[in-house]
Write a protein that binds this ligand. Sequence first.
Ligand code: ZN
Ligand code: ZN
Length: 278
Amino acid sequence: MIVTIWGSRGSLPSPSPENSLYGGNTACVQVSQGDTLLVLDAGSGIRRLGDDFPPGITKVDILLTHLHLDHIMGLGFFMPLYLPDMTVNIWGPTSTKESLDTRLKRYLSPPLFPIRLQDLPCQPHVFEINHSEFEIGPFKIKSAYVCHPGPTLGYRIENGRSVVTYLPDHEPALGSSNFPNEPDWTSGYDLAQGADLLLHDAQFAKEEYLPRVGWGHSSVNDALKFAKLAEVKKMLLFHHDPSHSDAKLRTLLKGETERQRFPFEVGIAAEGDVLELS
Ligand SMILES: [Zn+2]
Ligand SMILES: [Zn+2]
């Protein structure tokens, strides 16, 4: 499978000369194999994927982790939605309050957006999932709720040879005085266990996290502890804070890797990264 990062920023698009290396677009990751194309989240990065959409593909599955704006703001700018012959499936979390369809329409309708979800030429199909297992093409997909405000899913995607886990907004240390805990008591562990590649929330420096406990995000330090607990092979820090420049991100990671050695490869997710897992 090929994993392409179209947006690795969190919370708000943050284009600036200081962010040009890791990018300013919000969460969007393409996972593809052959004719099967999955899109993880529809942040502002999805626009470039739409403009660069591979020719000959007639079906796309968009897997939303949750409906915070930084994960859906690009949806209306995704070119394949305007192709009548394109099959578009949108998957996302169940809520006890409103259907996924209704919640998406709150954004994709006036006054927030000029075109209504139901008027899009592709006529998208909307599917609600929670703790679910399903297959799309060669991929076996597992979704589960993870620790983040509001109904939020993480995803584990396997193709029989490799595993990628996507936890862009995740605070597994919340409520724990001794993180990491036992695996069975750790949010997201089942999704990440043994993954070849983990994309994980690493929004804050340690000192930034303390006054923001409960906001749903992790410090770089906690993200690395989680990756170690899950025994992943490679981890990329994801959901970078809008205020973190390229230099700040590098300093944060360097501080951690100088303090301790990690039994896995670790890096910083950058817009434009293409990773082949085999
Ligand atoms: Zn987010
Ligand atoms: Zn969020």
